[in-house]
Design a protein around this ligand. Structure first.
Ligand code: HEC
Ligand SMILES: [Cu+2]
Length: 506
């Protein structure tokens, strides 16, 4: 091999000395293990890595010889969506959370450039777990805003690695979104699959609780107690849902590169309705497990797995610490298209009344959720109203109900709200559009129907009519909401356009 000439040609004696030690340790094992063994004596061919943002994965490496790979990564502090109506100032690699996935080949020489955008307020650096060297690169990459750092490392060990910022306070830089994955492909490459996806779990600790609207700041107390408000895949609630769902076809094999930035929690990664055929536990090169339901992804760690898709449908990605999935955001979707395969999965074959011997006949009304709703006592109703308001209304009407001139009418001191209780119930039940006048100001927007339960509507209206400078003394009761609902419910499944608006203005 030609490690010597590679080392002595280098312009970076210190790093290369560290490298020499690492290479020495490596050759001591077995020369065929040495990832630098096939380095040519001359200069390596140079390529610049094109980065791709999650859930996209950079293309498979087809070359079978080492290269010098140049990576440019920019740190950006950006205000973006964390959930509907909720924003956060994320600190990012490449402007996104997670940062882009990086892909190199074992034996490559990687020239890394970390560029800290001049608009940023913080210094940043990068610790790549794929690096053999002090701080995984952090020691050489501390970069002030408006500056750029460069260091070079050899990709000695194949595997899937997390990278993250390690600037003090480290916890805060990670909590704000500074992480991503780097794959060091084994020399021979990975087994071929039809599609690859990049999924990254992490938590956010916000001043307001889950769903609280507006720009949220980082909450150090909650971070210390490891009690996040949000646990998400790919940086926000819903990043892998609906139009953003991962897509594949029946008969294909898919691979998921799953990282976990923490900063605190371990992920119990699971895909509802699928079984992982092969799992590379902890991101190692060995597919050491087959037929796995849930795999652990440690904080600051990764795993990758593949599965063949035999049946169509929507498969839900979750952290199976299940409140995180359904109440904190750790939920994604894989939509698989194709013909049904009744041998693999039949679909529902029969739906019959189940009458256990001796049991009473059960009558389950279609709106069974409604049946269990009971009227709440005054204090509980108002407390619930506040929660419903923060989660559902404040995004438009603002936290103190002050509204936004020209766009969202005020609920605070609103003559429109207070003039007619039944009409107000109708607005929240069915939405409103077509233009109204509130406190002498014209508004012509769309208030959506939010599909709230009757109890939540009673609660939120009781709350806003008694707060924000409104002077109601009576509550809005569950019965009143039910009555208006029965009177205004659309007769067909398609709601009449502006039906409520017309009713509201008469
Ligand atoms: C997506 C934005 C949006 C959300 C969310 C929203 N509203 Fe509205 N709301 C509007 C708009 C826009 C109007 C005015 C509609 C028009 O111009 O016809 C309105 C009108 C109203 C009105 C009548 C006008 C007034 O100021 O008194 C009430 C009452 C009201 N909304 C209550 C609520 C409540 C309660 C919630 C939460 C359960 C809510 N809204 C959620 C946008 C929103
Ligand atoms: Cu940082």
């Amino acid at each position: 091999m030609n490690t010597a000439s590679f080392l002595f040609n280098s312009r970076r004696p210190l790093l290369m000395a560290a490298l020499a030690a690492a290479v020495g340790a490596c050759t001591a094992k077995d020369s065929s293990d040495n990832p630098l063994a096939d380095r040519p004596s001359g200069a390596l061919p140079v390529e610049t890595l094109t980065v791709s943002h999650a859930p996209a994965v950079p293309s498979v490496i087809t070359r079978r010889t080492p290269a010098k790979v140049i990576i440019n990564l920019e740190t950006r502090e950006v205000r973006k969506r964390l959930a509907d109506g909720v924003e956060y100032t994320f600190w990012t690699f490449g402007g996104s959370v997670p940062g882009p996935m990086l892909r190199v080949r074992a034996g490559d020489e990687v020239e890394f450039h970390l560029n800290n955008h001049p608009d940023n307020k913080m210094p940043h650096n990068i610790d790549l777990h794929a690096v053999t060297g002090p701080g995984g690169g952090a020691a050489s990459s501390f970069t002030a805003p408006g500056h750029s750092s460069q260091f070079t490392f050899a990709a000695l060990n194949p595997g899937l690695y997390v990278y993250h910022c390690a600037t003090a306070p480290v916890g805060m830089h990670i909590a704000n979104g500074m992480y991503g994955l780097i794959l060091v492909e084994p020399k021979e490459g990975l087994p071929k699959v039809d599609r690859e996806f990049y999924i990254f779990q992490s938590e956010f600790y916000t001043a307001g609780r889950y769903g609280a609207a507006g720009l949220q700041s980082f909450d150090m107390e909650k971070a210390l107690h490891e009690d996040p408000d949000y646990v998400v895949f790919n940086g926000s609630v819903g990043a892998l849902i609906g139009d953003h769902a991962l897509k594949a076809k029946v008969g294909e094999t898919v691979r998921m590169f799953v990282g976990n930035g923490g900063p605190n929690l371990i992920s119990s990664f699971h895909v509802i309705g699928e079984i992982f055929d092969n799992v590379h536990t902890e991101g190692g090169t060995l597919a050491n497990q087959h037929n796995v339901q849930t795999t652990l992804v440690p904080a600051g760690g990764a795993a990758f797995l593949d599965m063949k898709l035999e049946a169509p449908g929507t498969f839900i990605l979750v952290d199976h610490s299940i409140f995180r999935a359904f109440n904190k955001g750790a939920l994604g979707m894989l939509t698989v298209e194709g013909a049904a395969n009744p041998i693999v999965y039949s679909g529902k074959e029969n739906d019959a009344v189940y009458l256990p011997e001796g049991g009473a006949i059960q009558n389950i009304a279609p709106d069974s959720a409604e049946l269990v709703e009971t009227a709440l006592p005054r204090e509980a109703l108002l407390a619930r109203g506040k929660t419903v308001f923060t989660a559902n209304c404040a995004a438009c009407h603002q936290l103190a109900g002050e509204g936004i001139p020209g766009a969202f009418p005020p609920l605070a001191k609103s003559d429109f709200l207070m003039a007619n209780k039944e009409r107000a119930i109708g607005v929240v039940l069915n939405g409103l559009s077509g233009g109204i006048v509130v406190n002498g100001q014209k508004y012509n927007g769309v208030m959506p129907s939010l599909a709230l339960r009757a109890g939540d509507i009673a609660a939120v209206l009781s709350y806003i009519r008694m707060n924000f400078g409104n002077n109601a003394t009576d509550l809005v009761t569950l019965d009143e909401v039910r009555k208006i609902r029965a009177a205004t419910a659309p007769k067909t499944s398609a709601p009449p356009p502006n039906g409520a608006a017309a009713a509201a203005k008469k």
